[in-house]
Design a binder for this molecule. Sequence first.
Ligand code: PAF
Length: 285
Amino acid sequence: MRTVKTIAEVRARIALWRSQGQRIAFVPTMGNLHTGHMSLVQRAGQLADHVVASVFVNPMQFGANEDLASYPRTLTEDAAKLAENRVSLLFVPDTGEIYPRGVDDATRVEVPGLSDILCGAYRPGHFTGVATVVNMLFNIVQPDMALFGEKDYQQLLVIRRMVADLCLPVQVLGVPTVREPDGLAMSSRNSYLSAEERARAPRLYQALCEARDRIAGGETNYEVIERAGMQALSGAGFRADYFSVRRAEDLIPASPEDRALVILAAAWLGKARLIDNLRMELSRN
Ligand code: PAF
């Protein structure tokens, strides 16, 4: 695996592979890689001749009071894991390489609507930061396909919308969430949990499962489900931002006629803001 820091080095390597007619899969990350990231990389390796990964903690997607400074940075370990998993090229730009005029003066990509609800309502500007950096990374790497975890379901939809609206020639693939044995979705931010919080954290997934089971059992009043979800979380000591039943396609609040649903939740446990979701397909008439 070759590790490079500049756009010019990425472009040179991509041009070589393109001239040989080879297919490229891209896995953008912010590092601190866990088994969830590795499932993206492994899937990418099954689909293309070359896997390109990036590690860049993108300042544009962090709010002023968020965890940019303390976000875990573990590049040596990350590079070792990627090399073991058939990654051909690792791109680790400095902030100046991506934002040469500074973050505040950079051109932005905005995906209106989808970026302003759910997590976007609690993290203003977050999805503009994500869309902007992913658009830049797509332009730099020019992959045939890019893989993203379904744990960040809203992010996945924002990126899909951006790709469709801007006619970007990249296939965006979602990869299922990887969970710890007790159900907790894998996330770099799980490392912020104390031992006692970590023991309580799977309650988030359990609350989503309870909601899914009630809906599967015929409950159609989604406001009742959402209130029960919020109560389950506060009862377990979380400070919930939202617990919501939405249409899987576009995250509009679900109505009883909708069939493809996603139940999403975001909640704080100590210093960690955890997010998770469950998708479900209803077959009833
Ligand atoms: O999901 C992430 O790790 C980040 O939001 C991404 C897609 C790499 C953009 O910085």
